[in-house]
Design a protein around this ligand. Structure first.
Ligand SMILES: [Zn+2]
Length: 404
């Protein structure tokens, strides 16, 4: 067996392609292989599939292939354009690479596997390529898989914003609660993000009219966007967000009161955490403070009551409870608590809807923390497009069709 035969087998080349020469340079750590076709070979037309097309002319091309042990391996070939009786002159597709890629399919499969578990820049260092070339591969496979994604079954959606880059830029994640999977990543966090999602849903075989439940925080832009672009969707306001509004009010009361009651210093987390999550000594502090006549302690009791609301046995019971709670909170003479209660009141239906829909944004929070962790590991992304591709890769449940 000649060494070129071995390479031919290893590359899995099919006729008319064959390895005709190889050059092994130990000092440069490189293996270069020349692939060619015999004179007079016939090809398949890439446009219509007609066989028996003769070569018209050729162009020299190079592809990086999987390393040969520690040596970088390259394929070189003169790729023909063929004459097809029907289509005219067309460049043929080579079996080892995609059109326009400078890498073989197997090399792409390898780097895709690497990029699934490490930042793109780290994969680029390992294979000694510039990371923009690897990003191009990633975008290709992610976009191709997204094109094929089927969103026809989508009926319950949660969405929320997440920071794209330091401080300002945002993207919004749209999550299929029954997937669970990220369906769409929109630019920004305004009503137009919902519009873009509705359009994308249609592109993937879904329908905006089929969306019957959404879960969001109390963002006016999302409320407006839902009404305009998801016409049949009932809104549930995320319960953790609702509790947080009341929690933040407790914190405001404490901060104001602390100025005259120094014993409140360093008690911040005691009021914010759930009782069950407090340590023994924290519980001691809490019970000591509870015996003093503190505004913070009253605000805290109102917050605890609001949480109990979610344990109500039915929507009717919950509504009766909420009415009493609202009266209590608005008559508490604690301005931040009364303001929080009015915010809840303005979103009453969506808060109560939880008793029917039982949906929340916990799933998005989880996805969000994975995304932020990947972002931190990658030390941020150069573009929003890169961030989006990573989100789809992490949480899109895409069927990436990688070469094998
Ligand atoms: Zn043709």
């Amino acid at each position: 067996m000649r060494d070129t035969d071995l390479l031919q087998l290893a590359l899995g080349l099919t006729p008319p392609w064959e390895v005709v020469a190889s050059r092994f340079d130990v000092a440069a750590r490189r293996l270069d292989m020349d692939v060619a076709f015999p004179k007079g070979a016939r090809f398949v037309c890439p446009a219509c599939g007609a066989t028996d097309c003769p070569a018209y002319d050729t162009t020299g091309m190079t592809w990086r292939h999987l390393n040969f042990f520690q040596h970088e391996a390259y394929l070189h070939a003169r790729v023909p354009r063929v004459t097809c009786k029907t289509c005219g002159v067309k460049r043929v597709a080579v079996p080892w690479a995609r059109e326009g890629s400078g890498f073989t399919l197997l090399f792409e499969a390898l780097v895709m596997a690497m990029m699934a578990v490490m930042p793109v820049a780290a994969a680029a260092r390992l294979v000694r390529e510039h990371d923009t070339r690897l990003w191009r591969i990633l975008h290709h496979y992610v976009e191709e898989a997204r094109r094929r994604a089927d969103h026809s079954s989508v009926i319950r959606v949660a969405f929320d914003e997440t920071a794209a880059r330091r401080g300002h830029d945002y993207v919004s994640l749209f999550v299929d609660l029954d997937g669970p999977r990220v369906l769409f990543v929109a630019d920004g966090k305004d009503a137009a993000a919902v519009e873009a999602f509705a359009a994308d849903l249609v592109e993937h075989g879904g329908a905006a009219e089929n969306v019957s439940e959404v879960c969001i925080d109390m963002s006016p832009a999302f409320i407006k966007g839902t009404a305009a672009h998801l016409p049949n969707a009932g809104i549930t306001f995320d319960k953790f967000h609702a509790v947080k509004i009341v929690n933040d009010a407790v914190d405001q009361v404490r901060r104001a009161e602390q100025k005259t009651r120094p014993e409140l210093k360093k008690s911040r987390y005691i009021w914010l955490k759930n009782k069950d999550n407090l340590s023994g000594s924290q519980r001691g502090v809490l019970s000591g403070l509870s015996h003093l006549n503190l505004k913070t302690a009253r605000a805290y009791q109102i917050r605890l009551a609001f949480q109990d609301f979610y344990a109500a046995p039915s929507q009717e019971a919950a509504e009766a409870f909420l009415k009493k709670w609202y009266f209590w909170a608005t008559h508490s003479r604690l301005t931040p608590i009364a303001d929080a209660a009015r915010t809840i009141k303005r979103h009453w239906d969506g808060v109560l809807r939880w008793f029917d829909s039982k949906i929340a944004n916990g799933l998005i929070e989880g996805i969000n923390s994975l995304v932020q962790a990947a972002k931190a590991k990658a030390r941020g992304y150069r573009s929003t497009r890169n961030l989006k591709a990573i989100i789809y890769m992490i949480a899109g449940k895409l069927e990436l069709r990688l070469p094998t």
